[in-house]
Ligand binder design. Structure first.
Ligand code: ADP
Length: 162
């Protein structure tokens, strides 16, 4: 069974990587699919996010990285994927994720959403938390991979220089 792990990944964190590693043990292949959503005003371009995710997941053989626009279920069907993989951290995630899973089920009943509980070390971790800390010069090396930390520092340094 092929699984799609859709998300913004702006940028990818250690929490995301943990879900990808565990998903790759459960499924034949995991396609990490970056949702291209221009209304979100992301910090990194889709191309940059793909580059970051590829670098962070090169140690996992059955992972592919891609991007998509449109409905996740349509993307999943196009790639013969039967599962949408999502992570759950806190109760507020559950509400939003359950609504999304039910909505997707009405769009394509053949595709199941599978949730993995966050690793407890990363239950507080989100891309926004990383950006907030970095913006004020705080340490993020324990939250993202080295390549991503470099990209973020560079981005905020440039922003401050502008
Ligand atoms: P989206 O905008 O689709 O929520 P994100 O990149 O924020 O995109 O998250 C993608 C998926 O990864 C979501 O299912 C989210 O709950 C999950 N996720 C994000 N951070 C973590 C974490 N620290 N631990 C486990 N799952 C996470």
């Amino acid at each position: 069974m092929i699984a799609i792990y859709p998300g913004s990944f702006d940028p990818i964190t250690l929490g995301h990587i943990d879900i990808i590693e565990r998903g790759a043990r459960l499924f034949e292949k995991v396609i990490v699919a970056v949702l291209s959503n221009p209304s979100k005003r992301p910090l990194f371009t889709v191309e940059k996010r793909i580059e970051q995710i590829t670098a962070c997941t090169q140690h996992i053989a059955n992972v592919e990285v891609d991007s998509f626009i449109g409905l996740t279920v349509d993307y999943a069907q196009l790639h013969n994927a039967g599962v949408l993989l999502r992570g759950l951290r806190v109760l507020s995630d559950f509400e939003k994720e359950l609504q999304m899973a039910h909505t997707n089920k009405t769009l394509n009943w053949e595709i199941e959403t599978v949730f993995l509980a966050t690793n407890k070390e990363y239950s507080f971790l989100s891309s926004s938390v990383v950006k907030e800390i970095a913006q004020f010069g705080g340490a993020i090396k324990h939250l993202v991979s080295n390549n991503v930390a470099q990209d973020i520092y560079y981005k905020y340094k440039n922003k401050q220089d502008e």
